[in-house]
Design a protein around this ligand. Structure first.
Ligand SMILES: [Zn+2]
Length: 148
């Protein structure tokens, strides 16, 4: 179900609830007890339906917030990332420094995942996310001090 149709479904449930409450109000206490009971059940059902749909929409919104945060971070990094060897680095005055980020993850998903040394190996670095391996010599740690 798309978000717009979810919103429409919530509005429909609330409209039903409103119509049922109006019927109950207009019938006063003169109406048939069975009718009243049925109307109250309809009312309760419509409200429950609306609550459930709102809960689903809340999850959708939380997902969108996360996505926005991720894109915001990627945008902030974008102008500040530079490829060197097989890795990406943050830059200072246009020069790369620090620990390398996985180039696959950066180029495909704009994710900044640091590479780490493979266990028992000084020659191989690995990305904890996509598991791609890189030669340590082509993805060195670059001291920021060296640049100054
Ligand atoms: Zn990766």
């Amino acid at each position: 179900m798309s978000n717009l149709s979810s919103v429409a479904a919530v509005l429909r449930s609330l409209q039903t609830a409103q119509a049922v409450s109006k019927d109950i109000r207009e019938a006063g206490f003169l109406g048939n007890k069975d009718d009243l009971r049925r109307s109250l059940a309809d009312l309760s059902g419509s409200v429950s339906e609306a609550k459930m749909q709102l809960t689903l929409l809340q999850e959708v919104l939380a997902g969108k917030d996360q996505e926005i945060q991720k894109l915001h971070l990627a945008l902030a990094y974008r102008g500040n990332m530079r490829r060197r060897g097989d890795g990406y680095y943050k830059t200072q005055d246009g020069r790369p420094y620090g620990q390398p980020y996985c180039s696959y993850c950066w180029e495909h998903e704009q994710k900044t995942i640091h590479l780490h040394n493979k266990i028992l190996s000084k020659e191989v670095r690995v990305c904890g996310h996509c598991k791609n391996e890189y030669q340590a010599a082509r993805t060195p740690y670059i001291e920021a001090d060296v640049l100054v």
